[in-house]
Design a protein around this ligand. Structure first.
Ligand code: DGL
Length: 263
């Protein structure tokens, strides 16, 4: 069981930013990754639809014999993690949500910005997160339609992307934010561009590394940490495998075998 793989999924390539953190912290683990590119963007879908996709993904990873599941997607987590934990009570399941708590602790100006999908920002889970951790700070939320689609095409710095990003980030800076939460797993890929666009003293916070640490804790508690060596990561996409294959070397450290996901 220790050597069983870990299943990781997202609506697309965004979760690769989380997969990289998992691989960095847990290099002995074998990783399986599904990109549900045929249904992207989750951010504009209903919670019911996303819950259904979460359950399809969980069923697939169960069949693959995965010892743990990671929802490398904020939007899928707010919609679906509670149902998955109910349906698979024995399975270590790690979800993710925007880093409101660390951002509220870090801000000096008392103003925090959140870049995330419409689905995440509209969810009850996000509202609860604000109530719980952000009572003493001002939180400005910014949905970012269009960003995910550009990143899915491997675009991390075109003029069109820069223009769209500026439209989302400038109002936050204008309102005095000194801390910006990257609340969608696609956005960490934009950090190099964002750093060129914002003053040096603005912090960008995402939760990929924290997810990897939480996964490590859950596996250690259950004596499920692999001893290695890891098998090469395997990838599936519910859209065009050729497209995913071409994009993989841009967003992941190496080329990889990509299969078609039918589910
Ligand atoms: N990567 C996903 C997230 O973390 C969402 C992207 C989408 O809208 O599909 O929220």
């Amino acid at each position: 069981m220790r050597e069983a793989p870990i299943g990781v999924f997202d609506s697309g390539v965004g979760g690769l930013s989380v997969l990289a953190e998992i691989q960095r912290l847990l290099p002995d683990e074998s990783l399986l990754y599904v990109a549900d590119c045929g249904n992207i963007p989750y951010g504009e879908k209903t919670p019911e639809f996303i819950r259904h996709r979460c359950s399809v993904m969980a069923g697939f990873f169960q069949q693959q014999g995965a010892k743990a599941l990671v929802l490398a997607c904020n939007t899928a987590t707010v919609a679906g993690v509670a149902d998955l934990r109910r349906d698979y009570p024995e399975w270590p399941i790690v979800g993710m949500e925007p880093a409101v708590k660390p951002a509220a602790a870090a801000t000096r100006s008392g103003v925090v910005g959140v870049l995330a999908t419409t689905g995440t920002l509209q969810s009850a889970k996000f509202a609860a997160l604000l109530d719980r951790f952000a009572a003493d700070v001002r939180v400005l939320t910014q949905p970012c339609p269009g960003l995910v689609e550009l990143i899915e095409n491997g675009d991390l710095h075109s003029p069109a992307l820069r223009q769209l990003l500026a439209r989302y980030v400038e109002p936050l800076l204008g309102a005095g934010c000194d801390t910006i939460i990257l609340g969608c797993t696609h956005y960490p890929f934009l950090k190099p561009l964002l750093k060129q666009m914002i003053p040096e003293d603005i912090s960008l916070i995402d939760t990929g590394a924290a997810v990897a640490r939480q996964l490590q804790r859950l596996l250690a508690e259950r004596e499920l940490l692999a001893e290695g060596p890891a098998r090469a990561a395997q990838f599936w996409t519910s859209s065009d495998p050729e497209h995913f294959r071409n994009i993989l070397p841009i967003l992941w450290n190496t080329a990889g075998v990509v299969q078609s996901f039918k589910g």
